[in-house]
Design a protein around this ligand. Sequence first.
Ligand code: UD1
Ligand code: UDP
Length: 380
Amino acid sequence: MKIKVMSVFGTRPEAIKMAPLVKELADRPHFESLCCLTGQHRQMLDSVMEIFKLEADHDLNIMQKQQTLSSITTRTLLGMEEILTSQKPDLILVHGDTSTTFAGALAAFYHKVPIGHVEAGLRTYDKYSPYPEEMNRTLVSDMAALHFAPTRANADNLRKEHVQGEIFITGNTVIDAMKTTVRDDYPLELIDRLKAEGKRVIVLTCHRRENYGEPMENIFRAVAELVQTHEDVAVIYPVHLSPAVRECAAKFLGGRERIFLIDPVDVEQMHNLMARCHFVMTDSGGLQEEAPSLGKPVLVLRRETERPEAVEAGTVKLAGVEYNEIVRLGNELLDEPCAYEAMAKAVNPYGDGNACKRIADAIEWYFGLRKDRPENFQKG
Ligand code: UD1
Ligand code: UDP
């Protein structure tokens, strides 16, 4: 009898970070690896499934235009009920901190199915920032049986909170995913043309709910100022499909010289775009993990970060959401070569590309299929 492991995910970043794990499990003889999509995202999720050649076994297709947190949660919870009843998985895996993560875990808890939480233990200890992610991941920690913490600091948070269950330090699966996406010869028309024209290209992304409104306006005004005052600087911003974000981006950055608002790009394009840019400005979680491994400085457009490792390594700076500070740090990176060089170094605090192997080993160990607990990614 195979161990039936059902991975439940629904947004772009979850899919990118779960894809290599779903494959790792499918490649092992002990597991039946099932993929249950909530469809919290549609186009952005489908694009990842296509790139990683993954097929869904179930798809709740819940996305609605301008969906609310309650609608994502209730539609997932109700949709999962039938699937859990019919499939009876031995373990479900959820990833990170989205509403899919929380509702998927809650559905499993209601069916007394053990939960493995991938990317566990990230914390800001501010329940409204990031919102609602900090609360989602904290609540999942209370429900999970297996906690796959990317770093030692993440595992320490879980130990401090006395969570029940087994904690493993695995590295982040996004570094596993990047092994297959980044290539020197990957064709990228826009950035290659801009660079050939002598432009320094900033890659920008911004989408977080707690940044809606004034913070996002401050960020976009600061980006516009940096471009206006540096003739050799261009910005490429793949704009998230959220209507709230698209309206704000169009209003403050639309129609400006050397600012390219483009549709979301697929994950291969995104990783290669980052690999070739000058630096990254973002409020994304995933980009804070990816850019440091590519040797690209990152200005984080948030008040805090649950990913302090790259800040400590010196490749990421917390720029906040105030206009003056973002402009100051942007100017520093653009005008002071020493400041740029100090940040532009490749560091890999988030993983070594073997996170999925450790997680799969840990699941085998949990089900008694392997004698030894897997070695941690970092001591601790
Ligand atoms: C969600 C997650 C956030 C994660 C982000 C990654 C929650 C509460 N938020 O935020 O943690 O960082 O995904 O991107 O779980 N839309 C489309 N097509 C898509 C995707 C989104 O049209 O493929 C539009 C829809 O109108 C949707 C809106 O974007 O209603 C917002 O999507 P939603 O998942 O609610 O929020 P995100 O900001 O994407
Ligand atoms: N990403 C992508 N296309 C884009 C923008 C981002 O493939 O147009 C990838 C990015 O490389 C990272 C992930 O999506 O792997 C981050 O997703 P997002 O910023 O939406 O969410 P977060 O990481 O903040 O939860």
